[in-house]
Design a binder for this molecule. Sequence first.
Ligand SMILES: Cc1cc2nc3c(=O)[nH]c(=O)nc-3n(C[C@H](O)[C@H](O)[C@H](O)COP(=O)(O)OP(=O)(O)OC[C@H]3O[C@@H](n4cnc5c(N)ncnc54)[C@H](O)[C@@H]3O)c2cc1C
Length: 248
Amino acid sequence: MIVGADGIHSAVRACLFGHDAPRFTGNMCWRATIPLDAHPLSIVSPDASFWLGPHGHVVTYYLRAGKMVNVVAIRETSEWVEESWNVPSSAEEMAAAFPGWHRNVLQLFANAARVYKWGLFDRDPMAAWSSGRITLLGDAAHPMLPFLSQGAAMAIEDAFVLARTLSLGRNVADSLKLYEGARLPRTSRVQLESRKRGETYHTASPLQQIYRDLRYKLKQLIEPQSTGLQAGWVYSYDATTAPLTGQS
Ligand SMILES: Cc1cc2nc3c(=O)[nH]c(=O)nc-3n(C[C@H](O)[C@H](O)[C@H](O)COP(=O)(O)OP(=O)(O)OC[C@H]3O[C@@H](n4cnc5c(N)ncnc54)[C@H](O)[C@@H]3O)c2cc1C
């Protein structure tokens, strides 16, 4: 059995289904960590926070028991860099991509010590990802925009469900088909919904912004502990008990 868990540029995928390049999604991402020992910050909410603006969004959350803030800043652009984790950037370049944004966001950017950037790529959902005794897992099968923060989570779910199907003791090809049937609808939905989130988060239309913000606000009023982002269906999935029948 071969499991191609070799990422967005998967060689196993290319061997099985032919070579095609991942799609540049028109989004750049900056990522930075800000140590709070050096810069005590009162401007970062204790929750994971989303700042939504035209053509971009910024996510902040605490790391290391509150000793550090992680910043993920996404901006639409026609320019792009190689899909990679380690293209060095700077606080200045990141701030320059967000002119006129809220002063808390810009102050946070100004405190960033090490900043990296990369272009964001994805692919369309596949019709199938297994053939005989070979299958795909994670980004090799379903690379997605990180707008629901689910790429690695989907890979981990895939792995658990694959283990479950193999443990049933069927022949390998049948087990891989069962795995694919259980996982493909869910990962396809998350892939497509992640794209859709980009449109919602980044809309430049004032009317759509009001509609979006009211919906999120209303959700939070009804359920104060919920994210407001209406992603309950993502988090309520349990890979240990999900039916092995292809339901999302
Ligand atoms: C900006 C950004 C933010 C993200 N945030 C989140 C988040 O908050 N939550 C989340 O769940 N996900 C997030 N993700 C997505 C997550 O990083 C990926 O979905 C996840 O890393 C995919 O895991 P993988 O194991 O499938 O692939 P990869 O992590 O790409 O691992 C593939 C591995 O295969 C190896 N490999 C490749 N080719 C070969 C070969 N020929 N031979 C041997 N080895 C090979 C590679 O070296 C690599 O180690 C984010 C992604 C980005 C870009």
